[in-house]
Ligand binder design. Structure first.
Ligand code: MV4
Length: 461
């Protein structure tokens, strides 16, 4: 019997496509990227073994077209598909189509994706498995009167969330019963528009918690490993700006409990591959609660790679191809401190408006413990059709303060000329007293933005 070598199709673009190409090379796996007309001159298109155009610039005509991607796989003899993040990465129908075509979807089963994508089903599965979930409704609240009754039981303030959602869309904080009907209508309309499903459920609203997420990896044989946590509390409109590991001030006992809960979460749905369990943590009460589970490789995975010294993307691909995990949980030790800064082509002074254009000059930072994941090069034209992430600067050092200073120096060294970026804004964040002390939470960034905007608005009056 001849062992056929797998060939990996990368159904993504930008820095993550490049990251996956690198992992394939190290595993000596033939690889190809599919690209849109807007990405013809992009680095992944040039650096993959093969590249095949699957359509025009608009994502719905290319990176979101399952049929074209599967056709490209069949045409080129690819046997596995890596979806990266975004696009089709958490689409259970796409995973199912791959399964039906005998293509290895590099991710969990379509079954696990569909349970975890339904936030109400996910909450119930976690509750049944003994994972602490945010107090809330057990079911979708189908009407305003159902929602009012449920909110009364939970106790205000509550949060309305889209059951098909995640990541912020179709979400509303409700402080009292008077606000509920209006919030219900807007959240439901937003959810219907974004997800084609207006169903909502309720949760107790936690005030200024930290967003702490646990990275895990599970093989097809049932072994689940955890790789510690990342703090992702610094978000603007549910877009993360800075992530770090470990989470400052997280007690070791809580970390251990969170990792145990993450393993239970994975086992509850027969999870395979890399995954992230998101928790909200309340430092005042030392309580944490399951929020949702992301069934993809995340943007911020390098933070964990830097503190654990493990290549998660390589392991993700190997596990998907059936390889048994050789790592022991006791061998996964987190050393030092890592911080990731996302650099976006956006203008912080114009409400983070996207700023596509041509990069006239690019100079990445360097030095020991500095990693740059980016698809930029001199002369690269950033297309306006996709998200605005240009680069991730990830630093690691022995202590948090050393990592913070290293991150600031890395931002001083970074030069991206020709387009407006979030580099200076990120440097301001690193310099914030709350960040320097590690005493920040999910409300810190919005508070900073309000302070930043107040003087300019006063002048306008
Ligand atoms: C919450 C919450 C407080 N209580 N849920 C925002 C993104 C989405 N994944 C869930 N989010 C939140 N859910 C309850 N029950 C506060 C947030 C939240 C938040 C979470 C993580 C990071 C930044 C945030 C900023 C504002 C609100």
């Amino acid at each position: 019997m001849d062992e056929k070598v797998d060939k990996v199709l990368i159904a993504n673009r930008g820095e993550i496509a490049l990251r996956i190409i690198r992992a394939c090379r190290e595993l000596q796996l033939p690889n190809l990227v599919v690209f849109s007309e807007a990405d013809r001159n992009a680095l992944p298109t040039r650096l993959a073994d093969e590249a095949i155009c699957i359509g025009s610039a608009s994502p719905i005509d290319s990176y979101l077209k399952p049929d074209r991607i599967i056709a490209a796989a069949e045409l080129t003899g690819a046997t596995a598909i890596h979806p990266g993040y975004g696009f089709l990465a958490e689409n259970s129908h796409f995973a199912e189509a791959c399964e039906a075509c005998k293509l290895t979807f590099i991710g969990p089963s379509s079954h696990a994706i569909s349970i975890l994508g339904d936030k109400v089903a996910a909450r119930n599965a976690m509750k049944a498995a003994g994972v602490p979930v945010i107090p809330g409704s057990d079911e979708v609240v189908g009407s305003i009167s159902d929602a009012l009754a449920s909110a009364e039981t939970i106790g205000y303030p509550v949060m309305l969330k889209a059951s098909a959602g995640g990541g912020g869309k179709g979400m509303r904080v409700v402080l009292d019963a008077n606000q509920l009907p209006g919030a219900y209508h807007t959240a439901s309309a937003e959810a219907r528009l974004a997800f084609g499903n207006g169903s909502l459920y309720l949760e107790k609203y936690l005030v200024d918690p930290r967003h702490v997420e646990i990275q895990l990896l599970a093989d097809l044989q049932g072994k689940v490993l955890t790789f510690g946590e990342r703090d992702c509390s610094l978000q603007r409109n549910h877009q993360k700006m800075i992530e770090e590991s470990p989470c400052p001030g997280l007690p070791d006992g809580i970390r251990k409990q969170m990792c145990e809960a993450a393993v239970k979460a994975a086992q509850a749905v027969g999870y395979t591959g890399v995954g992230t369990v998101e928790f909200l943590y309340e430092p005042s009460t030392d309580q944490f609660f399951f929020m949702e589970m992301n069934t993809r490789l995340q943007v911020e995975h390098p933070v964990t790679e830097m503190v654990t010294g493990r290549d998660l993307v390589r392991a993700q691909i190997e596990v998907a191809l059936g390889k048994t995990l050789r790592w022991k949980q006791s061998e996964i030790r987190n050393q030092g401190h890592a911080i990731e800064i996302r650099i976006n082509a956006e203008d912080p002074d114009r409400d983070f408006m996207p700023c596509p254009g041509t990069v006239k000059f690019y100079q990445p930072p360097g030095g020991a413990g500095v990693r740059v994941d980016s698809h930029l090069y001199d002369g690269y034209t950033i297309p306006p059709f996709y998200d605005s992430l240009l680069a991730k600067i990830i630093v690691r050092d022995e202590t948090r303060e050393l990592a913070r200073r290293k991150a600031m120096q890395a931002l001083r060294e970074l030069v991206i000329e020709g387009v407006t970026t979030t580099t200076r804004f990120a440097a301001e964040l690193l310099d914030l007293p709350e960040f320097a002390s590690g005493d920040y939470h999910t409300g810190t960034l919005e508070k900073l933005l309000r302070q930043r905007n107040t003087p300019a608005q006063m002048e306008l009056r």
